[in-house]
Design a protein around this ligand. Sequence first.
Ligand SMILES: *Cc1c(COP(=O)(O)O)cnc(C)c1O
Length: 395
Amino acid sequence: MAKIRPETQLVHLGRNPTYTQKGVNPIIQRTSSVIFNTLEEKQHATRNRAKSVLFYGRRGTQTHFAFQEAMTELECGAGAVLYPSGAAAINNAILSFISSGDHILVTGSAYDPTQNFCDKILTKFNVDTDYFDPMIGANIAELIRPNTRIVFLEAPSSITMEIHDLPAIVNAVRQKSSDIIIMIDNTWAAGVLLKPLLLGIDISIQSATKYINGHSDGMLGVAVANERCIDTLRENSYLLGQTADPDTVYMAGRGLHTLATRLKQHEANGLAIAQWLEQQPEVDRVFHPALPSCPGHTFFVRDFNGSNGLFSFQLKSRLSQEQFESFLNHLNHFKMGYSWGGYESLILGYQKEDLLGMRQYDVNFNEGTLFRIHVGLEHPQDLIEDLKKAFERSQ
Ligand SMILES: *Cc1c(COP(=O)(O)O)cnc(C)c1O
């Protein structure tokens, strides 16, 4: 068969007839117990419980298997494990491979709760975390110790949007040790815009809460691993009690089918607004991976298939508290709130001290106030007018 294009792949993903049972979509199977008709059936299920065979609700139902197959194919892996949230996916993936006394390298620009997990939980198990500059590239080799077990990446960075030189990092790590597990938080790319496993990364982790589910109405995490990591990831996550509810898993699977179209519109709207922002006299820099002003833009062009609606921009000057409030408090379309990846636009504002608190590498932030926006599916002109009024109000 000819190589299937991403739009077509996303329409087909997870629609294995075993799970759709003659409908278009997989069934929603809610069950804890699985009934075995014979002892032989029970023994068969026990032997195959890691392999999409009904065994017990916590191991997954037909709904889970359909979505796991879809994610495995999308991320080009050997299998997928589901979690109740993106944060649970990240933390359990790390816990699945770490032992007391180990060392882990984490990008200093990782999603804030990932850093907090390392600082507040891993320390309790005598696991040392070193953070690195997201632009470190091959120099990561210098940070690797004999007990380094995991390298944890995230591209683009949360908030500041730097793009790693992924092949340089992967090669440098592999040259030092083939045992180190390389993981990436691939939430921004939604499994579509970047294929980490094809770059030699072992585990690609996502908050499916974001673009995959796509409607800001469910929490779900997923980790897709390659052949060498999937069994350990699956078994350890199971031992840690991880599971996801079938209704949310169903919604995430449904989200996959419109993901290509949604991403393209988020990308077009995002670029329209990023380019408009670049022209505004108040704006110093727009941190959008598809614009040359974003650190690592050339790596983005080389490794990614496109962008979406999530990026940041920094003003030339720091807004006073009063200006900051008048910018954020009266927007019509950009709602103030965490998370992103739904159909709606969102905004968060950061002063320099807020950013420094979240960055664990040497970074020279300007004084200017920074805004992280998620550009939704509204008409971009309405969004531009919304921001324009905010600039005027905060003069
Ligand atoms: C939101 C987010 C997470 C956490 O996902 P939840 O589903 O909210 O737990 C992790 N990483 C990134 C980059 C995110 O944006």
